[in-house]
Design a protein around this ligand. Structure first.
Ligand code: SF4
Length: 299
């Protein structure tokens, strides 16, 4: 079937739905989405939207977050097994064990965690507000889950004792110091922008460490015209689309999140037609997972 915007417009109207897509989705999906953004931006958009159905093109924890913030809405994840391997690296049982080990610590969960894990922590954070969130807490010891690289980045900007977990994003973990050294030689006039999920030695050599939305904002206001991007390659599509006169290069070989690329246009169409796959969370998980979010939003 040949898809075009008209087909989706008609379907969205019939279903009172919106399509939202993460920055790492394939170009065709980004192009038919009503909004493209990072996980938190998209959850806020779903919450503020008048639509009753949200088709969330991303990975499971993101669609769960949208459901937590808007439990009255139908949230659909077009591909059932589009999960995030990093979010799956920590379970609720691990949190219960760590709570016993660190009874005086505050527990901070990166938004890249599953709903049942979020329901057991004190506060959530994103890659852009993680430092602010940690520094706002009264506790001196912070258990930061699940990403060890983001935890390391935060530890460089706080006096608090950070206990990091062993989780990591398999995509960002692939960036290497040798790639940054090579590209600096090839493009000495470019700015190097990397995501805080990349390993510490790579972060150290970057010009700026920024979230995906931080990279987009930085590029827009910068008077430079050459950028090296150290995050999942899908962001480069959006950067080029929004900044046609600027030049973007991947830091080393393009790094691809296969989980993010599982969603095709066909899946989005099926999702709208057949209401697939609805995110179902228990009222208790929704109630408890909402608290650390609300606490984050307050600061
Ligand atoms: S890029 Fe990394 S953190 Fe994001 S969904 Fe893929 S595996 Fe998870």
């Amino acid at each position: 079937m040949q898809f075009n915007n008209k087909i989706f417009l008609k379907l969205k109207k019939e279903k009172n739905a919106i399509i939202i897509a993460h920055n790492y989705q394939i170009p065709e999906v980004q192009d038919i989405a009503d909004f493209v953004g990072d996980s938190l931006e998209l959850s806020k958009i779903s919450n503020e939207s008048k639509a009753s159905t949200i088709v969330f093109c991303g990975v499971r924890f993101m669609a769960e977050t949208a459901k937590i913030l808007s439990p009255e809405k139908t949230v659909l994840l077009p591909v059932k097994d589009a999960g995030c391997p990093m979010a799956d690296q920590i379970s609720k049982e691990e949190i219960i064990r760590l709570r016993k080990k660190y009874p005086d610590a505050a527990f901070v969960a990166y938004v890249n965690t599953n709903a049942d894990v979020k329901a057991l922590v004190d506060i959530c954070c994103t890659s852009s507000n993680a430092i602010k969130v940690v520094n706002s807490l009264k506790e001196n010891q912070i258990v930061f889950i699940p990403d060890r690289n983001l935890a390391h980045w935060v530890s460089l900007h706080t006096d608090k004792k950070i206990v990091s977990y062993s989780g990591f994003c398999y995509v960002h973990q692939k960036f290497k110091i040798s790639e940054i050294i090579k590209i600096k030689r090839e493009h000495p006039d470019a700015e190097i922008l990397v995501h805080p999920e990349t390993p510490p030695d790579v972060l150290k050599e970057a010009d700026f460490v920024l979230s995906t939305s931080g990279i987009l904002k930085h590029v827009k206001k910068s008077n430079k015209n050459k950028f090296i991007i150290g995050t999942e390659s899908g962001l480069i599509y959006r950067l080029r689309k929004e900044n046609p006169y600027k030049n973007f290069y991947s830091l080393g070989t393009p790094k691809i999140c296969f989980n993010m690329k599982k969603t095709s246009i066909n899946d989005v169409y099926n999702s709208l037609i057949n209401n697939k796959y609805e995110i179902i969370l228990s009222p208790e998980i929704i109630k408890n997972a909402k608290k650390p979010f609300e606490r984050m939003v307050k600061i």
